[in-house]
Design a protein. Structure first.
Length: 268
């Protein structure tokens, strides 16, 4: 895996680095201009193993100072694949320390993973990394009962969301991991852990059955589904079928089991 630093002629016209002057872009046709995305040039400050396959990386950069992400917003890490092509991979901002410009991300090291896993496996204190963020539309809504559904990749987001809930709002999480060794405790939620065992990641069976059990057992006002793209769709249908309408469901494919777009492993 190659970690690239994008020279200015590679940078997208819609991106500027944190050091650029925020000049007004020319708008020759009078069309609405998209706000340029700032590329944060960061350094890996620390690295810590949370489980044998989940690593916490602390990323620091001057342009992160003062930025306050919403719970479970994420970053796009700008990487290159083995062929040198630019790719992006998304990781949840697990903790932010705006005063000192530090963000923690917890990255799962997938055995058959791509550039994201390779970056996380090789990142060491002192490594440079470029990223964009905070981004993502996920927002917590006040509700009597919250249900979070996901897998290893969603653990950081589920933990961040559950911790951000106001006192008195109950959270249940249904989380599937390959084995118990992959579990990262989520103190703020009552968790139903599922073990995938020999089944392939992306097999919906176990998560669907467990979510159906939860929906029968109690009422949930707000549901967040953060899982493999096809599983996410199947669970969203199940939840709608249980009478929880689209306004109360946030569903996001965090990865795709059988589709690998050339520039990003994350579903659009
Ligand atoms: C908003 C958002 C936030 C996210 N936050 C996190 C986070 O905090 N931590 C985290 O670890 N991931 C997170 N993800 C998921 C992560 O971006 C994907 O898993 C990503 O595809 C990993 O990139 P990769 O380059 O290693 O593998 P890719 O090149 O994308 O895929 C290569 C192969 O790796 C395997 N693979 C990739 N991802 C998974 C997976 N999740 N489960 C099982 N097998 C997989 C598949 O076999 C796939 O074919 C997030 C995704 C989104 C959309």
């Amino acid at each position: 895996m190659v970690l690239v630093s994008f020279p200015s002629h590679h940078a997208s016209k819609r991106m500027r680095t944190a050091g650029d002057m925020p000049g007004r872009p020319p708008d020759v046709r009078g069309s609405p201009m998209k706000k340029p995305k700032t590329i944060h040039r960061c350094t890996v400050l620390a690295r810590r193993d949370l489980t044998p396959r989940m690593v916490r990386l602390t990323l620091a950069g001057p342009s992160l100072v003062g930025l306050v992400p919403r719970p479970a917003q994420d970053i796009e890490v700008l990487l290159a694949d083995a062929g040198g092509n630019r790719v992006k991979r998304r990781y949840t901002i697990r903790n932010a320390r705006p005063q000192v410009g530090e963000w923690d991300v917890d990255a799962f090291l997938h055995a058959d993973g791509g550039p994201g896993s390779a970056w996380a496996a090789s990142a060491r204190p002192g490594s440079d990394v470029e990223l964009v963020g905070p981004r993502g539309k996920l927002e917590l809504r006040a509700a009597d009962g919250h249900l979070f559904v996901g897998d290893e990749a969603a653990l950081p987001a589920i933990a961040a969301l559950a911790e951000a809930l106001p006192a008195g709002q109950e959270a249940t999480a249904v989380v599937e991991t390959g084995s118990p060794a992959d579990r990262v405790p989520i103190g703020a939620a009552s968790v139903r852990w599922l073990e995938r065992g020999d089944r392939l990641p992306g097999d919906p069976e176990s998560l669907l059955a467990a979510v159906a059990r939860e929906l029968r057992a109690r009422d949930f006002e707000q549901v967040y589904i953060l899982a493999e793209a096809h599983i996410t769709g199947a669970i969203r249908n199940l939840v709608h079928g249980a009478g929880i309408g689209p306004d109360h469901v946030f569903a996001k494919g965090y990865w795709t089991a059988d589709l690998r777009p050339a520039t990003s492993g994350n579903p659009a």
